[in-house]
Design a protein around this ligand. Structure first.
Ligand code: TRP
Length: 334
């Protein structure tokens, strides 16, 4: 608990361009959750270097991601928005937790298997211990809840196991975090292949709407979205492309699928695609405007970065010092 509130931690990587799916499925929920919880939202740049990055590009993207957090409505006075690499406790706790994690546990992680298949030329130890760093992120702040997508659930299970393992040996050191899996309905699929999730790492840029896409690009991508030859607008699994367009429309407008189906009754796919385009642009335009304002407010953004790094450092150190003492490191002379 911090200030009488439960603690929430989540993070995103600044690799690839954030998609509408990331916004509707995660970021927008973060804003809602920020009313109820004491939130830490990190730009997890240390995780990003588990695959080779261009340094200037990583720095640029990380700052952009941080500004997107703010533009999406996360108040940096209330939420701790910071770079993971600015708080050395993440690496320090990760080392200690590494010594409590079994090789077998890490080799079972499906994301490790996927990523090592994809980057066969660079299967580094960081890729292997990625989930331990993630556990450190979470446990460092005595986190109660972690909003994550299903793809991260296994990592969260490991985090809970590590917390319980450590607590069983040393007493109640860590809070054991619960996953917060967002309600269904906000899962947005690729516009080109509605059986796949809309992804920031999709090779086909037409499958994803990126948060920074301009209105014409959004229109073009929606127009090209894969549908079917049924010619009716119904919300059902047999029409995955149309269903996905309706999901996007509903997520952007707050309508229910039933309401949307009634609204488009008797209309063609062209009308649906135009409506989807407009609903998406109505969400993206204000977000993009705010990002470009923040790009100009350099001093303000810098001060948010500094203050929040200090805040994160303060809470991180509280846990870290406790852990260091438990495992037998000497006290620091004052
Ligand atoms: N691994 C997460 C992802 O790629 C990002 C992440 C890092 C994270 N540390 C975290 C998410 C801690 C939640 C909590 O999506």
């Amino acid at each position: 608990m911090i200030n009488g509130k439960k603690v929430l931690f989540s993070g995103m990587q600044a690799t690839g361009n954030l998609t509408l799916g990331n916004y509707l499925g995660a970021l927008r929920n973060w804003v809602t959750l920020s009313e109820e919880y004491e939130c830490f939202y990190s730009v997890v740049d240390m995780h990003s270097i588990t695959v080779r990055q261009d340094p200037a590009e990583l720095r640029k993207r990380a700052r952009k991601l941080l500004m997107i957090y703010m533009a999406a409505g996360l108040d940096p006075e209330k939420n701790c928005i910071y770079y993971q690499s600015h708080v050395s406790g993440h690496a320090e706790l990760a080392w200690i937790l590494n010594c409590f994690t079994y090789m077998g546990e890490l080799s079972r992680m499906t994301q490790f298997k996927d990523k090592s298949a994809k980057h066969a030329d660079n299967i580094n130890a960081g890729l292997f211990t990625y989930p331990v760093l993630m556990a450190a992120d979470i446990l460092l702040y005595q986190t109660d809840v972690v909003p994550v997508g299903v793809d991260q659930k296994q990592h969260l299970e490991l985090t809970r196991d590590l917390a319980e393992r450590f607590n069983a040996i040393y007493g109640d050191v860590f809070a054991v975090p619960e996953p917060y899996i967002a309600k269904v309905g906000a899962k947005i699929m690729s516009l080109q292949d509605p059986s796949k999730k809309m992804s920031k790492s999709d090779e086909n840029p037409n499958g994803s709407i990126y948060l920074m896409d301009d209105p014409d690009t959004v229109a073009r991508k929606c127009k090209r979205a894969v549908t079917d030859s049924e010619g009716v607008i119904l919300y059902r699994d047999e029409q995955p492309g149309v269903k996905n367009l309706l999901d996007i429309y509903c997520a952007c407008t707050g309508r229910t699928p039933q309401e949307a189906v009634a609204e488009f009754d008797g209309q063609g796919y062209g009308v649906l695609k135009t409506a989807v385009t407009e609903s998406v642009n109505a969400i993206l335009s204000p977000l993009q405007t705010r990002v470009s304002e923040l790009e100009k407010e350099k001093a303000y953004v810098d001060s948010c970065i500094k203050n929040n790094a200090e805040k994160a450092q303060y809470f991180a150190n509280k846990t870290l010092r406790k852990v260091q003492k438990k495992v037998g490191f000497p006290e620091r002379p004052r």
